[in-house]
Design a protein around this ligand. Structure first.
Ligand code: 5AD
Ligand code: SF4
Length: 425
């Protein structure tokens, strides 16, 4: 979502005459879009700011801003601690960037971490008409009401809000007009989507996906990230019935221990998650599953951790993100007895080794199969293109005639460390 937000911020400032640069030395303004989900991500912001001190000294007109969830969580503290920061803007108010920029130019330091009544999406400038790559993100839902006890999202991104379906469809049509063939719908809790439909009814994510399915030229639809309890029947059915909905599902479970799941306030058990996976696989047997795991949550014992390994063995993941628990100030779990850091590290290594084996095994089963690949960019070798299969595996193909944005059938001939290679059929 930060990738999406960064694009929109850059577009918002485009109206003030700004253009992107990859080189901080060339910049008139540096805007750090930040993540607060774990301590490491938040700390990065301060070390990055340190790197820009010299630049600001050499070029006093340079404006430095902090955006995103660290800005939201730390607000005035950043302005106080970092005299070189001119602008602090939270994730819900960045549509006001043009006004803020004008203020900053007069020497005022600006702090805006409001949750405004108007939604930023309605106020943002329309995206410029440039052509884009073949894939795009599209935010449909933001915030979360689940309040998992480890998580800052409900505090930094706010309550759950869905964009009206017609707005999402208009943005999708516009992206397709500019060459996009695959759209990934984004939301912190995307499958809880319940945006107002043009017919006055609340639309579910499945209904939105079926409406997107009617857009000519949009070939692939994905969504991320989902909560098990919002995996509704119509969404499960769509995985079996909607050909453009890709067979890949990111469905975090966090832990396999019912004791820990309860303490996390997840609202589901390991068993109910496994049953849910069975129903999803009944609708779409080849679906590739991805997950999120936290190890070392407060009071996690070896037996709890073993439950997580058992769940992973039962489900079989094609991909996963895994993290060591990071105590976040203001969240309930941060108050509980923490697990020893070395023990948590050992568990993370062990879990990641298991996931790597599963990931590799599933990737290896692709050899000999015919997959459909959306080509995104040239590979390292000349004449080589890299794209993604339906299952999100990176696929390398050597073929001079392939162009960016092509979708072509490919026979997979080899599975190497993190990707597949194939031949165009
Ligand atoms: N510590 C470690 N991992 C966390 N996540 C969220 N909060 C924390 C935390 N405090 C992980 C969860 C979530 C993903 C986006 O980040 O696994 O699904
Ligand atoms: Fe955080 Fe996801 Fe839980 Fe919401 S459902 S509180 S975003 S981990």
């Amino acid at each position: 979502m930060n990738v999406y937000d960064s694009e929109r911020m850059s577009e918002a400032l485009g109206g003030q005459g700004y253009v992107d640069t990859q080189t901080p030395e060339n910049a008139d303004m540096i805007l750090l879009n930040t993540c607060h989900i774990r301590e490491k991500a938040a700390e990065k912001v301060y070390s990055e700011l340190g790197r820009f001190k010299g630049l600001k000294a050499a070029k006093p007109d340079l404006k430095i801003g902090v955006a995103g969830c660290v800005a939201q969580a730390e607000g005035a503290e950043i302005i106080r601690r970092q005299p070189m920061v001119d602008l602090v803007v939270g994730p819900q108010s960045y549509h006001r960037l043009p006004d803020m920029e004008a203020q900053v130019q007069t020497g005022i330091r600006v702090l805006d971490t409001d949750f405004p009544e108007e939604t930023k999406f309605d106020r943002l400038a329309k995206r410029p008409k440039a052509m884009r790559g073949p894939t795009a993100f599209l935010t449909v839902q933001e915030g979360c009401d689940k309040f998992c006890t480890f998580c800052v999202v409900p505090y930094t991104r706010g309550v759950e809000v869905s964009r009206p379906a017609e707005r999402v469809l208009a943005e999708a049509r516009d992206l397709v007009d500019r060459g996009v063939r695959e759209i990934t719908l984004l939301g912190q809790n995307v499958n809880a989507y319940h945006g107002a439909g043009p017919d006055g009814a609340d639309w579910s994510l499945a209904r939105l996906i079926w409406a997107l399915d009617e857009i000519d030229g949009l070939e692939r639809i994905r969504f991320i990230t989902s909560h098990p309890n919002d995996m509704s029947d119509d969404l499960i059915a769509a995985h079996g019935e909607c050909a453009r909905l890709m067979p890949y599902l990111h469905l975090p479970v966090q832990s396999g221990s019912d004791k820990i799941l309860k303490q996390m306030n997840r609202g589901h058990t390991a068993e109910s998650y496994v049953r849910l996976i069975e129903r999803i696989r009944a609708a779409r047997p080849d679906i590739l599953l991805s997950g999120d795991f936290i190890v070392g949550f407060p009071e996690e014992t070896e037996a709890d951790f073993q439950d997580t390994l058992d769940l992973i063995s039962e489900v079989r993941y094609g991909h996963a993100y895994s993290f060591k628990y990071s105590a976040r100030p203001g969240t309930p779990a941060a108050e509980r007895v923490q697990v020893d850091a070395d023990q948590a590290n050992d568990r993370l290594q062990c879990l990641q080794a298991l996931i790597r084996r599963q990931q590799r095994d599933i990737q290896d089963t692709m050899v000999g199969r015919e997959l459909s690949v959306l080509f995104e960019k040239p590979g390292r070798k000349t004449g080589q293109m890299v794209g993604k299969s339906e299952y999100m595996h990176a696929v390398h193909v050597e073929d001079e005639t392939l162009a960016r944005g092509d979708i072509a059938p490919v026979r997979i001939v080899a599975s190497v460390s993190n990707s597949l290679s194939g031949e165009r059929i």
